[in-house]
Design a protein around this ligand. Structure first.
Ligand code: PAF
Length: 271
């Protein structure tokens, strides 16, 4: 595994290859990342993982500061996984140039997480657009846990006619049902249990509302989540996964999207 901190040196290396399969991360690697990397390694291209905690996608400073970081542990894991390249840029390497493509932000960026985390998706698209210009990856592997992010990156790529192909990967879950996330490491055991109970409650609810949509009473459900131990609920919505619009009846392919807090830890998922 070769480690790069400078985009020019990385670009020279990439030029010697047939191309890269890219797994962008903010570190704090977990089973979800490992699964993306394993899928990327099946491609005929070199696997490149980035670790960069992008300050521009955090809508509050304390969230940025408390975001789990453990680069030493991450490097050890990536070596074990035998990836080809690891890119750990500094802020200037990413933001010290003017990208050719302007970010395209689809209007659906105002919904769900976009409503509650002002500037978040602008920040995500900004950094992903820059990574794409630096790396020009053949493939980009992204998890469906962050479905809205995945949807918006796909829209940007389509609109700007970028050649990289997005590979959508299924959400990887802990044994207790909750979606793997770097933020889970900020949860105590008892908070994990709360998150797990909330996951199973909502999974069960989705089954019920498929049969009888009148059971989808948001305020009632929010109260139940608070009783289960959630401290605040940002949203709970059923969205069509193709056009990212709220559904009125469960006759389309849809997911139940939710975001809530346990103390200061914000968790998102879709089922
Ligand atoms: O999903 C993430 O970890 C980040 O949003 C990403 C795609 C690496 C951009 O910073």
């Amino acid at each position: 595994m070769k480690i790069f901190k400078d985009k020019h040196i990385l670009q020279k290396e990439i030029l010697k290859t047939k191309g890269t399969s890219f797994v962008p991360t903010m570190g704090g690697l977990h089973k979800g990342h490992i699964s993306l990397i394993k899928q990327s390694k099946k491609s005929k291209f070199k696997t490149l993982v980035s670790i960069f905690v992008n300050p521009k996608q955090f809508n509050n400073k304390s969230d940025f500061r408390s975001y789990p970081r453990n680069t030493k542990k991450d490097i050890k894991l990536l070596k074990k996984l035998k990836i080809d390249y690891l890119y750990i840029p500094k802020f200037k390497d990413i933001y010290g140039f003017r990208p050719k493509n302007k970010v395209f932000l689809d209007k659906s960026s105002k919904k769900l997480c976009g409503k509650f985390r002002k500037g978040h998706f602008e920040g995500v698209l900004n950094v992903v657009n820059r990574f794409i210009e630096i790396i020009k990856p053949k493939y980009i592997f992204l998890g469906k846990k962050d479905y809205q992010q995945l949807y918006l990156i796909k829209k940007h790529i389509e609109k700007r006619k970028i050649k990289s192909k997005i590979i959508e990967c299924k959400t990887i879950r802990e044994n207790n049902g909750i979606a793997c996330s770097s933020r889970n490491s900020n949860l105590s055991k008892s908070q994990m249990k709360i998150a797990s109970n909330i996951f199973y409650y909502l999974k069960n609810l989705k089954k019920k509302i498929k049969k009888n949509y009148s059971l989808f009473k948001i305020n009632r459900i929010k109260k139940d989540l608070i009783n289960l131990g959630a401290d605040k609920i940002d949203y709970l919505e059923n969205f069509n996964t193709k056009d990212f619009k709220k559904i009125k009846k469960p006759n389309k392919k849809y997911s139940l999207f939710f975001a809530y807090y346990i103390k200061k830890v914000r968790l998102i998922d879709n089922i």
